[in-house]
Design a protein around this ligand. Sequence first.
Ligand code: ATP
Ligand code: MG
Length: 419
Amino acid sequence: MEIKAIRGFNDILPDETGKWQFVENTAREVFEGFGFSEIRIPIVERTELFSRGIGEATDIVEKEMYTFTDKSGNSLTLRPEATASMVRAYLEHQMYSFDPAAKLYFIGPMFRYERPQKGRYRQFHQIDAEVFGVGNPMVDAELILMLIHFLKKVGLEQLELQINSLGCRDCRPRYREELKKFLTKISFRLCEDCQRRINTNPLRIFDCKVKTCQEAIADAPKVIDYLCEDCRRHFGKVKEYLGIAGLLFTLNPRMVRGLDYYTRTAFEVVSYQLGSQNAVTGGGRYDNLFQEIGSVDIPGIGFAIGMERLISLMPEGKEFIRYPQLFIAALGEGTFKEAYRWINQLHLQGIRAELDYEGKSLKSQMRRADKLKARYVLILGEEELKRGRAVLRNMNTKSQEEILIDNILEIIKNKIVLD
Ligand code: ATP
Ligand code: MG
């Protein structure tokens, strides 16, 4: 039987990787420009890091983790997100001892045991950026500005920035109780999952994808009405700085984010092109996560962009696919050796050039050059070689010219560069 990939695990094929590289390169360029540095974290961590960090009563920890026991009996988990690992690394390597403020980013695959469907996979990729050690709302706005700038730079349009504040450990418990009271009254209208959530994690009900649940909670109390003085001030400043940064936003009092560790600022960027999996990216402040993981009081804020969803939204364009800049159609033994020498030289100089390895007829080599969408074809026959000449054909304009072999590489390179 033919072996196939596991459901929810995708190959990213050569005609797609150009887009991926463009997205990754743009992220690096934009983030580095905003003062961020790359960090690389392991794929596998101790399960405890995620269960403690993300929270037991979250979708990820409850049902989505790829957890297994290794040969020494340790419970390990394929990372479902990057933030917890980044916090662990920051603490483990005492990155704060140099300067408490750290701006870090990470790009790589994540693993969640979800039902595979369009825009939802078991291995997917995230671009992640985090600022540790600064509680100032200025950073919240700066991070969001960087995010929006990046999304625009990769060509996304029709985006909406939604923000909310989730309060802190002083004011959120009071809100939680009020919400619980409300939900208990209407619990008969909620799905089974949500009925359970009333006691385990009532805020998660806002994330429920069941339509009747969403209708039932239309009049639920809003977290924003329960913020303490400090949280209200923080949120006010975030909005003010977003304004200074020139960003438009909408307030979404029902956006709570799925993870337990969020406090204060929460944000999502949604695209109406995506349908039900409409969040391209989301993030927020998590001033309690460091305490969960390392018993220290360090603030943090970050976001994660889903790369598959991001790429599905990018405008179509074949400019991401790289075609050969030159195809050498060589005819005969002697010419073939010469062509081989030239092609090596071109490759060493970074020119994407192809050769026919099979010694086929000119017609069939031209067909292949056409199929590969080569920009130029250099036609080299025994006779021409003896006369010190070759023919260069521009495949777009179909025009041909005879060129001298003496300076052939220079001539070709100049043509390609000027193109
Ligand atoms: P959702 O509500 O769609 O499940 P989430 O809240 O679980 O999203 P986060 O944990 O915030 O998502 O992850 C950030 C981003 O990663 C999401 O906005 C999305 O673009 C992407 N993402 C999350 N889960 C998946 C998945 N299973 N497959 C593909 N992309 C995903
Ligand atoms: Mg999810």
